[in-house]
Ligand binder design. Structure first.
Ligand SMILES: Nc1ncnc2c1ncn2[C@@H]1O[C@H](COP(=O)(O)OP(=O)(O)O)[C@@H](O)[C@H]1O
Ligand SMILES: [Mg+2]
Length: 234
């Protein structure tokens, strides 16, 4: 990212509406969400369980569709992308971190991190080199050949952080990345997540129940009643 790009708007969300219908009931989940995220900044979203945080994050990541409204990421309107463009968007321009790590159990930490780059066409040697570098950033340089089952919960999430960065995406979307961790691991994973985003100049949006994780963000929102309010944990 060049200096001139830093601070420009990366994400622009307007009038986002999402409802779910089950039986005769209509759930109004997102009721006109609008916000912007500047390049290189971090945003946290807190809110009660069921308030629509994951729905919002998934719409930004191209994993779910809104009923109406607009999501621009860079110069792309997500709703207007073809299936193939959407798949490129999801794999190259966004890095996902979920509460459950979704690492591939038959692959080592190093392979899990290098694979998205290798699949995207990066040479094996270069993908491995990038993966090693990223795993060093999350202080797992001595766990490269470990399989997910041989890693602790915190270590798995640190692998997931490294993996989210390997394709050099514009935007990191993290949904309860520390939701499954004890407080010590939570603090370390949060530290490495924010530090990784900052080091690589990434824009970060993190959904979290944890006050400490939320408060580190440059901009803090609470999702309540289908709209975003400024300021987390009132
Ligand atoms: N596919 C779906 N069909 C019907 N209701 C859904 C679906 N996905 C989510 N919901 C409902 O939408 C609400 C918001 O879900 P979610 O975004 O996962 O909330 P959060 O992440 O804040 O806990 C919840 O009440 C959930 O039950
Ligand atoms: Mg959720």
């Amino acid at each position: 990212m060049s200096e001139s790009e830093h601070g420009s708007v990366l994400v622009q969300v307007r009038d986002l509406i999402k409802t779910y219908t089950s039986g005769t009931e209509t759930l109004h989940i997102l009721q006109g969400i609008g916000f912007e995220i500047k390049r290189g900044s971090s945003v946290s979203v807190t809110g009660e369980s069921g308030s629509g945080k994951s729905t919002l994050l998934n719409i930004l990541g191209g994993l779910d569709c809104a009923d109406s409204g607009s999501v621009m990421v860079g110069d792309a309107e997500i709703a207007g992308l073809s299936e193939s463009a959407l798949s490129v968007y999801r794999s190259r321009r966004v890095g996902f971190i979920f509460q459950f790590h979704y690492l591939l159990k038959d692959f080592t930490a190093l392979e899990n991190v290098m694979l998205p780059a290798y699949i995207a066409g990066v040479k094996k040697k270069d993908a491995l080199e990038k993966a090693r570098l990223l795993l060093k950033d999350v202080r797992l340089e001595d766990r490269l050949q470990h399989y997910p089952s041989q890693l602790s919960g915190g270590e798995r999430q640190r692998v997931a952080i490294a993996r989210s960065l390997v394709n050099d995406p514009d935007l990191i979307l993290a949904d309860e990345p520390t939701g499954n961790l004890d407080s010590q691991n939570c603090a370390l994973v949060a530290e490495l997540l924010y530090a990784g985003a900052e080091k690589w100049g990434k824009t970060l949006m993190v959904v979290t129940h944890d006050r400490g994780v939320a408060e580190r963000a440059d901009v803090r929102y609470t999702l309540t009643g289908g709209v975003l309010e400024t300021g987390g944990f009132k």
